[in-house]
Design a protein around this ligand. Sequence first.
Ligand code: ZN
Length: 592
Amino acid sequence: MPTTQASDDAFAEVKARVDLVKVVSEHVRLSKRNKDLWGLCPFHQEDSPSFKVNPQMQSWYCFGCGRSGDVFTFVELIEKTDKRGALQLLAERAGVELKKLTPEQRERADARRRILDVLKLAAQYYEYVLWKLPAGEPGRKLLESRHVGEETASKFQLGYAPAGRGFAEYLRAKKRSLLDAQEAGLTRFDGTDFFAERLVIPIRDERGQTLAFTARTVRQDEQRKYINSRDTPVYIKGRVIFGLDLARDEITRRGHAVLMEGQFDVITGHQFGVGNSVAASGTSLTEDQVRLLKRFTDELLLVFDADRAGREAARKAAVLAAQHGMRTRLATMPEGKDPDEFLRAGGAEALQRWRDLSDRAPAAIDAAIDYFATGLNPSNPNQLESVGGQIREYIRKFPATLHETYAELAERKTGISRHLLLRDPEPAPSRPAAGGARTGRPAPTMKVTPSRYLVQLLAVRPRAMDQLKARLTPGELDEDVREIFVRMLESYERGGAGGLEADLNGYPPEEQDLIRRAWAAPPPNVDDEVAVELAERIRLEHMKGMHSGIIRELSEAERGRDSERVARLEAEARELARAITDMERRGQTSRA
Ligand SMILES: [Zn+2]
C-alpha cells in the first residue's frame, strides 16, 4: 500500500534525525551508568531510577513499570498523543516535511509556523526598542522601579512596545506580511500596535518558544494594568506555565516548583534568586498546566494572595494537584504582601527570608483546615457541625485514598471526630461483593499460585511470552518463580518457541522438574488470553501488596512525625491506589 509506504518513510526519516537521548532529557534527568543512561521513570512513581535509555539502540525500557519503546512511543506517552501526533511533533522539531499531511493539516502547520515566526520577530523588536531607542525609556524606568536588572530582563526577553505603528513599520521594512502580525494578535487592522505603551513580557512554552505576550502599562491613567494576547493557533491560555523554560532546571534541583499568581512576581522571583518560580499564566490553574508541571516535579509551593480569592484559588489548586499525584504546600506572605513586594522589601536578605518562609510553609491541606477552623469554639455544637461540614466537603474533593489521612489530620487539629468527617452525605450505592460473582470464562482453578500457574502455562505455550513482555516484570512474580521465569524468557528470546526445549538441560534440576511436569500434565487452560489474565492478576496482587506495605510504613512515619516521609509515602500510596483502581476497572470492562 503506497500510503503506508510513505508514512513508514516519514517515521524512518524522522527517527534518523532526532536523538532519543535529547528528547528524553527534556523530561527526565538522565545520568550515565556504563553505556546506558538512567533516570526516574516519567510514567510511574519511583524514588530510584529504573528507567533506562540505550543511546546506541535509540530505545528505552523501564524495569519498574515495564513500559518500553523508541522515540515515538516515548513522545506518544509523554505528550499523551497518538502515533500520528508523535510523528508530527517530532517531524516539526526535526524540520522534516511530512508528505502525507492532509491539505487542512498542512495549512494549519503553515499558519503555526508563520505565527511563531512573527512572534519571535516581535519579541526581538520590542527588546530592541526597550534598550536601544529613546522610545523605550518608560519601560526602562518601570523596570528600574521594580528592581529588575538587565540580566533578568534579558532572560525573560522583556521589551517595550512604543506608541503608534512601530512593529508594523518594522515588518514592512523586512517585507513581511502584516496579516501574520494581525493573526498573532500583535497589531490592529490599522497597523497600530496592540501592546502600545506597555512593557511587553513574552509568554513562552517549556522549551522557550514565544507563544504570546502579556503587557503591563506604563501609564498612570490607564485602567487596564495588564493586557494579554488572545488565543491563537499557537497559544491556548490554560496550557502554558509562565517561566517554566527558565525554571525547569532549578525545579528539578530543588524538588519543587514555586507557583505564583502573577508574571511579574515570577520575574522578581528570578531576579532575587528564586529560580524555581513559575505562574499559571492568565487563568486559574488548569488540569493541563498541572500535567505539564508534573513532568518536572511532584511538589508545588503555592504562593497566592492572602485574600479570600487567593485562598480559594490555593485550595482549588491543592485539589487539582492531588488528583495528579502532586503534593502542595502553601506559603503565606506576611502583611498581605504579594511575592513581588515581599522580595523587593527584603533587599539583600530577600532570598534568605524567602527560604525561611518556604521551609516553614505547611502542607496546603493543613493550611486549609486551619482556615476553616479559624475562631472555632469546640464547646459550641453548632459551630462544630458547620466547620465539620466545611472540612468534610473539602476533604471529599481529594482522591479517596487521601480521605482517611486527611480526616485524621483534621481530627488532630480541630478535635472534630474523624468519623464525622468521613461520614458520607448520602449512602453510597452498594457494590457487588469483590471476586466470586464474575461470570464468563471460568478462572483457572488455583491449586497453585497465579505465578506458578503462569510458569506452567509458559512451559506448554512459550509463545505466550509475547503477551507478557509489556505486561509483567519479573519483580512482580512470586519470588519462588522469578528466576525460572527470567530463564524461560531468555530461552524464548534466543530460540523462539523451541528455545525452552533446546535449553532445558542447562536449567537447575528443580526447574527442569517443574517444566517437565507441566509438559506431562498441562494446566487446564492454556492460551494467550489466560496468560494475559494471569499477568494482570499477578500484577494487581503485587501492587496491592506494595500498597499495604506503604500504608504500614505511613502510619509508622506519622507516629514519628516525619512529615517529609509522610508526604512522600502519601503520594506513593495515592499513585498506587489509582493504578490499582484503574486496573480493576479495566479488568471489569474487559470481562464484561
Ligand atoms: Zn516506569
